[in-house]
Design a protein around this ligand. Structure first.
Ligand code: GLN
Length: 307
């Protein structure tokens, strides 16, 4: 298959959706991003990344960071993570607080905000917030093979300043003993990981190991054990888009993770990793044109975990 032609065709298939949806406005800096941007990148088995549109422009990865942080937390604490966070879809928005009271401060899964805070806490362990952030950043630099990956400090500050709901979630989780470090320190890791800026090209390359059982197919390096890579994919499929996860699985049929910066990272097992970006979101915080690009890609290729 001519993958360069594929990404170009998919971009033009979705052209009518350019600018559709609303960029996240609750993080003021994100509201300023040009809503007409659209990019797509497919990382293939040999490590080549095929790109079209604005695929080299860094954007705020937001909740896409939760996938890589989860991998690191599992490396740190293994199955003990599941004492503090569950593995079930929430059926609720990413920043919902309702289940937390009924379920005694144990977040439903690691891909909603409250669960990702537990993940940050596990990465911190006995260390500092700065060390945890450095670890996440180094992991992403290594995976994307790009040492320029960094944090947009203005986004991190904007998130922290307006982060009343995220603070409420974190204090709630902590009140039930599901955080071991001070809440503000855990939040400082969370806000900074969300504020990492990366391009579609970098993210597709970074996610490639998840499509190949935890092993980077181009370098042969084992990033994580195969069972862990499969389980991360399972969580992405069932929980990666919050209360839109069923719809995403139905339309696209691949494990994926959305972020309110407009990025979606998707894994096609045995084939490659795909990242799309367009800032306009649907009501659940998933990129509208991004989801259309993925739908068109799947239509053209037949890539699906349900084949
Ligand atoms: N930083 C965002 C928040 O905490 C992440 C949400 C998202 O990307 N879905 O609200």
């Amino acid at each position: 298959m001519d993958l360069q032609k594929l990404v170009e065709d998919v971009l033009s298939d979705a052209e009518v959706y350019r600018g559709h949806g609303d960029p996240a406005s609750y993080i003021p800096v994100l509201a300023k991003v040009d809503p007409k941007k659209m990019g797509i990148a497919v990382a293939a088995k040999d490590g080549t990344v095929y790109c079209a549109g604005d695929a080299d422009e860094p954007f705020s990865i937001q909740s896409l960071s939760k996938v890589f942080a989860l991998n690191l937390a599992l490396d740190h604490v293994g199955a003990a993570l599941w004492n503090y966070v569950g593995k079930e879809p929430s059926g609720s928005p990413f920043n919902s607080i309702v289940q937390l009271e009924a379920e005694k401060g144990k977040p439903r899964n690691p891909l909603i905000n409250a669960g990702a805070m537990v993940v940050c806490d596990s990465i911190m362990g006995d260390g500092t917030a700065d060390e945890a952030v450095e670890e996440i950043l180094s992991f992403l630099r290594e995976l994307s093979q790009d040492s320029t990956v960094s944090i947009a400090q203005n986004v991190a500050e904007s998130e922290s300043q307006g982060g009343f709901l995220n603070r409420s979630l974190a204090y709630f989780v902590s009140a039930f003993g599901n955080l071991t470090n001070p809440v503000e320190e855990v939040l400082s890791v969370y806000f900074r990981q969300c504020a990492i800026a990366m391009s579609c090209r970098q993210l597709a390359r970074a996610g490639l190991y998840l499509a190949f059982d935890g092993k980077d197919p181009a370098t042969g390096e084992e990033v994580t054990i195969s069972s862990r890579a499969r389980r991360i994919n399972a969580l992405m499929l069932t929980c990666g888009h919050y209360d839109n996860s069923g719809e995403f699985a139905y339309r696209i049929g691949l494990p994926g993770k959305s972020g309110v910066g407009g990025g979606i990272l998707t894994v096609a097992p045995g084939v490659g990793a795909i990242c799309v970006w367009s800032p306009g979101l649907n009501a659940a915080g998933t990129s509208l044109a991004g989801a259309v690009m993925l739908e068109k890609l799947v239509e053209r290729t037949g890539w699906s975990v349900f084949v």
